[in-house]
Design a protein around this ligand. Structure first.
Ligand code: KIV
Length: 264
């Protein structure tokens, strides 16, 4: 996969993107044949135990990006620029995006609108492909005042459409739309030549992205309305650990099969 193939998929075949944060999940994603693996900063909520994505650092992202690349050597990997890694200095933003490419990413994703146009152009000019992200951008949760669907009011709709068009002009190769009304996501998808990838943005985006842990049911306390749980892995893992615990307590493990003898 590469950015040209992804762009050509628009209108022909839906793009499938999934997050992965470690080697085993990346291995599963690659084996399943998804089109893009996103090392999302949702790493914070799904793996590191933070309550949102704001605390996630470049150092943490790099460790997980390298782990994902080791698990998915042949996949197209996008790495998410975490909060404050690109917002306050162009120089630092470029350095951080470059570090992602040096550590196995094929492209970076950054949250935000046309204000990042000049930065995006600069990144692309030095060889760093950029995926945009509009709608409910979790790094701005303190500005939004909560996880609210975007595009409901006229102002919000106009903001999203205008910024999507501007980001495309600045060279992004695809655009994530998160928690955007289906009507607005459809309009944006029709207006852009690059693919839109929705999460909670309805049926008309050019692709979909979901969080690995939501799909496999590893978040027992939270199931977003826009997601779909295809397995209850939490339950399966819990039963496995309980069975192991009971076997040890009841002296059923280890057995003859699990031991080493000096004469073997
Ligand atoms: O970090 C993430 O998982 C994301 C997706 C929700 C698109 O940015």
């Amino acid at each position: 996969m590469n950015i040209n193939k992804l762009i050509k998929m628009k209108g022909k075949e839906k793009i499938v993107m999934i997050t992965a944060y470690d080697t085993p999940s990346a291995k599963i994603a690659e084996k399943a044949g998804v089109d893009i693996i996103l090392v999302g900063d949702s790493l914070g909520n799904n793996v590191l135990g933070y309550s949102n994505t704001i605390p996630v650092t470049m150092e943490e992202m790099l460790i997980h990006l390298r782990a994902v690349r080791r698990g998915a050597p042949n996949s197209f990997i996008v790495a998410d620029m975490p909060f404050l890694s690109y917002g306050h200095s162009e120089e630092e933003a470029i350095k951080n995006a470059g570090l992602f490419l040096k550590n196995g990413a094929n492209a970076v994703k950054l949250e935000g609108g046309k204000i990042f146009g000049p930065l995006i152009k600069k990144m692309i000019s030095i060889g760093i492909p950029v995926m945009g992200h509009l709608g409910l951008t979790p790094q701005s949760i303190n500005v939004f005042g909560g996880y609210k669907v975007q595009g409901k009011s006229r102002i919000s709709k106009e903001y999203l459409i205008e910024n999507a068009i501007e980001l495309e002009k600045n060279g992004i190769f695809s655009l994530v739309l998160e928690m955007v009304t289906e009507e607005v996501a459809k309009e944006i998808s029709e207006k852009l030549a690059i693919p839109t990838i929705g999460i909670g943005a309805g049926r008309y985006c050019d692709g979909q992205v979901l969080v690995f842990h939501d799909i496999v049911g590893l978040n027992p306390d939270f199931q977003p309305k826009f997601s779909k749980q295809y397995a209850n892995t939490f339950k399966v893992m819990l039963e496995a650990i309980e069975n192991y615990k009971n076997d040890v307590k009841n002296e059923k493990f280890p057995t003859e099969d699990n031991i080493f003898r000096g004469d073997q």
